[in-house]
Design a protein around this ligand. Structure first.
Ligand code: GRF
Length: 221
């Protein structure tokens, strides 16, 4: 049982909204969610990674959150292990926060509407890798990040929310990534809070916001 769990149970308020975070790297987006567990009334039930050495796992363990490496010798076996863990954990929401594997249909389909991803571009622009370089190469004036429901199409599921920033003439891929990161953290935490409260839902492939079909992504500054 994690510290937050113990504390909530001690207060007689066991938290019943359980989130599993999947992360491959440093885990700064995970950290942003960890900070919001109590105010936004959810519990990070586990952190899973395809990389046993991922700093995200260490970050979770240090906070008393169960953190496990997925056995990932290849895609077939990796996804089978991931599916097994998710079936056991039965989360209310799965958050891909810097998870660098493409998930296939059998893994994604059972969780449609309950699995989201943060992607560092203004989707549908630049799915896949190297988004900052590609925005610069195209002389874009604006860049940003998106949170979307996960479907079997890479970075292609229904978009929930976005954050935008202006590209400066002297920006590099590194400076863009650095300036975007704190905005990503706010974007992800805010979007998770909307999902937790039920304000955002996926109904028949349509993102609903407060019961109304969302016409364009919600904007988080
Ligand atoms: C973020 O830029 C996220 O958008 C991308 O990978 C990065 C993960 O960073 N998918 P962190 O591991 O959360 O610090």
């Amino acid at each position: 049982m994690s510290e937050i769990d113990k504390e909530l149970s001690a207060q007689g308020q066991p938290n019943d909204f359980r989130i599993v975070v999947l992360a491959s790297g440093r885990g700064s987006n995970l950290n942003a969610l960890m900070q919001r567990q109590r105010p936004d009334n959810y519990q990070i039930a586990a952190v899973l990674s395809d990389k046993p050495q991922a700093p995200a796992l260490a970050l979770a363990r240090a906070a008393g959150i169960p953190a496990m490496a997925i056995d990932w010798p290849d895609r077939i076996r990796g996804e089978a292990d991931l599916r097994r863990m998710l079936r056991q954990l039965q989360p209310d929401l799965i958050v891909l926060a810097g998870f660098m594997r493409i998930l296939s249909e059998p893994t994604v389909t059972p969780w449609i509407g309950r699995m989201i991803n943060i992607h560092p571009s203004l989707l549908p622009l630049y799915p896949g890798l190297h988004t900052h370089q590609r925005a610069l190469a195209d002389n874009r004036k604006e860049h940003g990040a998106s949170v979307h429901f996960v479907t079997p199409v890479l970075d292609g599921g229904p978009i929930i929310s976005q954050t935008r920033l202006h590209i400066r003439p002297d920006d590099t891929a590194e400076s863009l990534a650095e300036r975007l990161l704190p905005q990503e953290h706010r974007l992800l935490a805010t979007t998770v809070a909307w999902l937790r409260s039920g304000a955002v839902q996926l109904t028949d492939s349509q993102v609903m916001y407060n019961g109304t079909p969302l016409q364009k992504p919600l904007v988080v500054p």
